[in-house]
Design a protein around this ligand. Sequence first.
Ligand SMILES: [Zn+2]
Length: 408
Amino acid sequence: MKRCQVVGATVVDGSGRDPVAVDISIEDGLITQVGASGAHGERLDAGGLTMTPGLIDAHVHLGLSSPIQPQFSFRISAAEIAADIFATAGATLDAGFTTVRDTGGVDGGLVTTIAKGKVRGPRVLSCGPVQCQIGGHGYYGADWEPTELWNSHHLPGLCALSMMSGNADELRRNVREAFRRGASFLKLCVTGGVVGAHDRLTDTQFTVEEIAVAVQEATARGTYVTVHAHNNDGIRNAVEAGVRCVEHGTDLDESTAALMATRGVALVPTFAVVEQLLHDTVGAGLDESTRDRVLGVRERMTEALAAAKEAGVRIGLGSDLIGPAQNRRGEELRLRAQLETPMEALVAATRTNAEILGLSGQVGVIAPGAQADLVLWNGNPVEDPELFADPANAVLVLKAGRVVKDLR
Ligand SMILES: [Zn+2]
């Protein structure tokens, strides 16, 4: 039995409760005690630091860690794509994120490799390839390419951005294929998107009946569907079809927000990627025109967040960072802290995200029985949320009781 104690820290436990100064006991990767306990095992001195649960990013794309357009134009080798993905996985831990939900782009082999400890990285839950309709959001190939060629952009076992379906039967086949390759939930694109020039943000994609096929397949495996959705019609189609989560939600209106609350559908807004695309489109390996597509999205997403909150929707947190610059994942908490309180941003990134991922009580919380995923911050990020954004402030990071970063 491996035991240790983290002593001397101020603890913000992820539930929204006020910080308290307590010691944490860990055995075999799990938290066993919060508060007084006998001294045994290794002692990690965290005096002067603030402890939070390991952060959770509910919307990541580890498989999109290289410059986007070169990656999908066969200009970057498989070896380099793998190196870039591994670097992002490590940088994610360094930023204090010990669990992520990959919403499109990694194949099961990558998830297993990180889980085995062969590559530094967070706990990963993945949907495998995104499900999109032919030529819909998620297709990054050239206009001239025959649809059948798209899957040749996959690097089996490493990354697979999306699968295209022409009808409900093809979608059923593709989601079964995604599960076979390691998906633990599904993601469908039900509206156009910001990245990609084949559609408009106002387009809806897939019909209610088609989305319901994916919901049926996910339900049969005890899991759920989330959707990429910007416009309100697409969000409503997805909610009517029975999905459990909506990503982005840019143009969510009050009545659809109310329907989401009634049906228990969660929202994951994504502000960091919007900032990224506004300020460094080229750095992500994307065309300048992408910036035009993102104009106005930040303001509308801010209104959607307010509407969702008012309606009582469960609201998680996701960065959606893409391309090589994914080291400042905590930007999402910094941005959310400006729109809500820093504590609300932290709770969204811990307890609420754990609920959305189906890992409630296991991660995103500092309590007996939970995974000992802990971050010790140089300062109190609930008082100064700027701290979340700079990985240098995550001084000590533990994943399942193991020290994975130590700057002390
Ligand atoms: Zn995304």
